[in-house]
Design a protein around this ligand. Structure first.
Ligand SMILES: Nc1ncnc2c1ncn2[C@@H]1O[C@H](COP(=O)(O)OP(=O)(O)O)[C@@H](O)[C@H]1O
Ligand SMILES: [Mg+2]
Length: 256
């Protein structure tokens, strides 16, 4: 469904020396995956995620989404391709002067969907995230978890095949994290949407991802499947993540 091949990306810095954010990163994401990208802050996770819909244009490499060579598209074709790639962010990025209903309507208006069709689609998306009763509320009146659910509904409006999630639970109450992840899992299973999720939290990976790539200093250092019981982490960072998981499991076991 998504192929990233040998992606390189550097940013210009004020000091003049370019900063290499991504070096030769390759990922293969299949239809139906919930693919996690984990690493510490500054590892290049967001930059790599944003090359999938070309919010960041790589300096070199290949980006294929649903059979389309993204870097070969015209502006118009790219706008069209982006409609089948939804995205949600850590800080929700809702439009504060629009109601919940109007936020979900926004991408449909841009796509030129007729008003009568918009209504049905908006109601369907709000139903999926359980927020029908908040349709007329403004974002300021919502909790973090509710805001992220609006963002998910908005990302689903154009019926995407892929949903990109950049730290979707990092700004919500820890008690709400589980419900956000449950909505993402349900969207994946029920609507068949392929999900790519960037996080620095191993519990996010553990609870919903079937595959994971570990990033450090702009490099994909390891990739593994979550159900691979024989997998032994080789890099320090993957070992750290795994060890933390073990510590957590032990602590959890104390409560059983
Ligand atoms: N637009 C930008 N301009 C300059 N540097 C950037 C930009 N975006 C990201 N970077 C730098 O690239 C590196 C990777 O950033 P990012 O992809 O945001 O990492 P992560 O999401 O893993 O925290 C960091 O050093 C960051 O400061
Ligand atoms: Mg980031």
């Amino acid at each position: 469904m998504i192929t990233l091949q040998q992606i390189d990306k550097a940013f210009q810095t004020p000091e003049g020396e370019p900063l290499k954010a991504i070096s030769s990163a390759s990922l293969q994401i299949e239809e139906g995956d919930i693919y996690g990208i984990i690493g510490f802050s500054g590892a290049g996770k967001s930059t790599l995620l944003r090359t999938i819909n070309l919010l960041e244009r790589p300096d070199s490499g290949k980006v294929i989404v649903d059979g389309q060579d993204m870097l070969a598209l015209s502006e118009k074709e790219l706008r069209q391709a982006r409609m089948s790639i939804g995205m949600i962010f850590q800080h929700f990025n809702l439009l504060n002067n629009r109601t919940v209903y109007e936020n979900v309507s926004f991408p449909l208006e841009i796509a030129g969907v007729a008003k009568a069709d918009r209504k049905a689609r908006i109601e369907e998306c709000l139903r999926i995230v359980g927020l029908e009763d908040k349709a007329n509320a403004y974002p300021a009146k919502l909790s973090g978890g509710q805001k992220q659910r609006v963002a998910i509904a908005r990302a689903l409006a154009n019926r995407p095949k892929v949903l990109l999630c950049d730290e979707p639970t990092s700004s919500v109450d820890p008690s709400t994290t589980g419900s956000i992840l449950a909505f993402l899992k349900e969207i994946n299973e029920r609507l068949g949407i392929t999900i790519v999720i960037v996080t620095h939290e191993m519990n996010v990976i553990k609870s919903i991802c079937n595959k994971v790539a570990v990033m450090e200093h702009g490099i994909v250092v390891e990739k593994f499947e979550m159900n691979d019981t024989k997998f032994v982490p080789k890099s320090n960072i993957a070992q750290f993540l795994f060890n933390n998981e073990i510590i957590l499991d032990k602590r959890e076991a104390a409560y059983v």
